[in-house]
Write a protein that binds this ligand. Sequence first.
Ligand SMILES: Cc1cc2nc3c(=O)[nH]c(=O)nc-3n(C[C@H](O)[C@H](O)[C@H](O)COP(=O)(O)OP(=O)(O)OC[C@H]3O[C@@H](n4cnc5c(N)ncnc54)[C@H](O)[C@@H]3O)c2cc1C
Length: 483
Amino acid sequence: MPRDFLQSAQDSYDVVVIGSGLAGMTAANILGRAGHSVLLLEQHYKLGGLATWFKRPGGHIFDISLHGFPHGMIKSCKRYWNQAIADSIVPLKRIRFDNPVFSLTTSYHRDDFTRLLSEQFAVPRSTVDAFFDTARQMNFYDDQELTTGELFERFFPGRQDIVRLLMEPIVYANGSTLEDPALSYGIVFSNFMSKGVFTFEGGTDRLIQWMHDELRANGVDICIRCDVEQVIVERERVAAVKVNGRAIRTRSVVSNANLQSTIFRLVGERYFDSQFVDEARKVRVNNSSTQVYMALKPGEQIEESTGDLLFSSTAREFATDLLLSRDITSRTYSIYYPRTRPEGRARHLVVSSTNAKYEDWAGLTKEEYEQSKRDLIETTLDAAEKYLPNLRARVAHIEASTPVTFEHYTRHVAGSSFGTKFEGLAVSRALPEQVRGLYHAGSVGIIMSGWLGAINYGVIVANDVDACLMASTSGVSSSRSSE
Ligand SMILES: Cc1cc2nc3c(=O)[nH]c(=O)nc-3n(C[C@H](O)[C@H](O)[C@H](O)COP(=O)(O)OP(=O)(O)OC[C@H]3O[C@@H](n4cnc5c(N)ncnc54)[C@H](O)[C@@H]3O)c2cc1C
């Protein structure tokens, strides 16, 4: 008989959270902690969504999206998770850039960037200060007409080299481009510049295990391998979710699934007004990426001077098209030293990431796809040997992922690494006005993406759901169960 993954689930809840990405888990945790009955449903066999990892024989553990996040994670994890999680967040030491125009190493703080811009790039100190102050003052309510490209042109006219320094890490951190609203750049850039780039000591596997334990401690019921098929709407409000052949009644749903999948697949367009449907259709998804995962043989080491994050490019110019092209010129290397997992085996790993378009990978035949992955691995090894001599001979395990891989594991439309573009935020926020009790928390609008953005968006939505549940006098009764 097939295993019943919903065995521990009750028949009704105050909240059902669909998807266990960082936004979904954070929303579930806050609502569980507030005393609501919460069921967290995940279609995959493990929690975390894109915040995930995989193991390979020989003791190699690869992190998929643990490359770097801003200092704000410490505060968010302390408040909305626990002290132990917050205490494991540590700074990355060396961020490197290497391209035909400049090579440098930085701590990625405002002070260090001010020094670099004024000394190495010869920009007057007053201009640098004015740029930083403008970026820091940006907020959600600002004019969205100004693009990031125009912002740079205002402060550093004609300076392609500076655009590259300022933009490359942010493209990597949230997929934004020169054509996106400047505020999506300014907010994220200022977050990083406040104290630099941080990581989670112990690896993604430890983080997600600790989050799981915290969710359970807060009474959240968790079911994996539960692919929600439908959100059932009755009298213009959420009534239940259909999953693994069962209908589980609920007063509210937080969908952490892709925004468009939530609207068009899980709920169905007939429950929304036509203007909203038009807006939802216009939402663009962010790009995806390819990655090459390399584990060095036991005993093989990487010099710390190689850096933690290395933004490498062979292109003379910085351009969005070049960053997404199949003809790869830009690669970001994350180097994982044994300190990433101090309690694990002393291994050195490298993950090379490159932004990519879903269309370039989705239409291939099986043979073409496998051959393209092999080419990606070979060209990445060639490129990485510039920084890691003789890498080919030193690698014990190597494999690649593509936009199709990300789509497969998380169901994201087009394997998007950072959800939707900016216009997704308004659509996501407007859901409860369309269907009462229906919420979305997950990577949208660039700012609400990445580890910190997703967690913070989970908090915002959890507060909305809490307010709605507290205000409502009717609904199914709330009772907690234990696993
Ligand atoms: C290669 C790569 C590198 C990245 N690097 C960084 C980085 O260095 N720093 C950073 O801050 N961010 C990084 N990110 C982005 C970051 O990982 C994501 O923005 C963030 O983890 C997304 O969280 P989320 O809550 O939006 O949900 P997701 O992680 O997208 O999770 C959504 C979850 O919903 C589940 N789901 C979907 N549909 C259903 C359904 N019908 N029923 C049940 N479950 C369902 C999925 O299985 C998934 O678990 C990277 C992303 C990628 C792909």
